[in-house]
Write a protein that binds this ligand. Structure first.
Ligand SMILES: [Zn+2]
Ligand SMILES: [Zn+2]
Length: 324
């Protein structure tokens, strides 16, 4: 029998729906909930040579579609600090978190509009005099984390210590982007802060954090090392030694740490199974395929960790750290 046009359209529409529908329309009912601890609003726009945004980033609608396509049920939105030109923002480079990410108010509002999908953080350029006040305002409004802290301010400076103290006062984690000489300089001195603020939960992220899973990472200017990993690097030791330190698997740096040496990555995920959390931090609008770092990292986690450990990395650890 010849297929009618209506039958044909019906079948193809159904097939399309089958591969694009989110796993569940009600996140709390999802059999495998996933928390993404690291995303941004208005991310992925263009900037000119003076770091001024020149083109729009991903829209809120695209961000929601991206989250659903990845199979993520809850996402933490990390705001940028104020747009200022100074040493700590590298004359504007660090504005928008070295991109076009928007700030506190946009993240708070989007989370307020979609509480079932989003949580939000509180942030500010740490060496602005008003930084603690601004951060505290958004903590009072319900922010669940301080960050993403991505500024050229020494990790053990008085300014950063004000924010660590605030994280302790409000019992929220602080998420830090570690990038040699550029953002949060002083990774080798970080243990002093972990010891001085034992009740504060710190979350490490980015190039210098992940490159240092390897004991033989000697040239700190290399941000995405591809060599095999020898356990015992600074990050590996810090995670083992300090119960108040956790790791964020997001971005190309987190994915590189898993893909550069899969055998060692298996061991690493097993060893720190209660200390690591999934995050995406990608700028794409698709939420799947090669362009989506988050989708790729999620697949790697499921490949390299047992079902039980994957559940901790994709959900349970974040639920505890963010007190959800
Ligand atoms: Zn980020
Ligand atoms: Zn993505």
């Amino acid at each position: 029998m010849k297929q009618t046009r209506r039958q044909f359209l019906g079948a193809s529409a159904l097939a399309l729906a089958g591969c694009t529908l989110p796993r569940s329309s009600d996140p709390s009912q999802d059999p495998e909930p996933v928390i993404d601890i690291h995303q941004h609003t208005d991310y992925g726009g263009k900037r000119d040579k003076d770091w001024n945004p020149t083109g729009p980033g991903r829209t809120h609608e695209q961000l929601i579609a991206h989250q659903k396509a990845m199979g993520v049920t809850r996402t933490v939105l990390l705001p940028a600090g104020k747009f200022v030109r100074g040493a700590s923002t590298h004359q504007g480079r660090a504005n928008g978190l070295d991109g076009t990410c928007s700030g506190n108010e946009v993240c708070r509002q989007l989370a307020k509009d979609h509480p079932e999908l989003f949580l939000f953080g509180a942030n500010e350029v740490p060496d602005l005099p008003e930084a603690p006040e601004t951060v505290e305002k958004y903590l009072k409004a319900g922010a669940c984390v301080i960050g993403e802290q991505k500024f050229g301010v020494e990790c053990d400076s008085a300014e950063m210590q004000r924010l660590y103290a605030l994280a302790g006062d409000y019992n929220v984690p602080i998420l830090m982007h570690w990038q040699h000489t550029t953002y949060n300089p002083g990774f080798d001195r970080f243990p002093k802060m972990l010891e001085k603020f034992p009740k504060v939960t710190f979350i490490g992220h980015a190039q210098t954090w992940w490159a240092n899973i390897d004991k033989n990472h000697l040239d700190q200017s290399v941000l995405y090392p591809k060599t095999k990993v020898t356990p015992g690097g600074m990050t590996d030791r810090y995670l083992a030694d300090y119960p108040n330190l956790f790791g964020d698997l997001s971005a190309g740096s987190g994915q590189n740490a898993l893909s550069r040496d899969e055998d060692q990555a298996r061991e690493f995920l097993q060893r720190h199974q209660s200390k690591l959390m999934f995050g995406s931090d990608c700028t794409d609008a698709l939420g799947q395929g090669a362009a989506c770092i988050g989708a790729g990292t999620m697949a790697l986690i499921r490949k390299l960790a047992s079902k039980e450990v994957s559940r901790k990395l994709l959900f349970e650890n974040a639920r505890k750290v963010f007190r959800l």
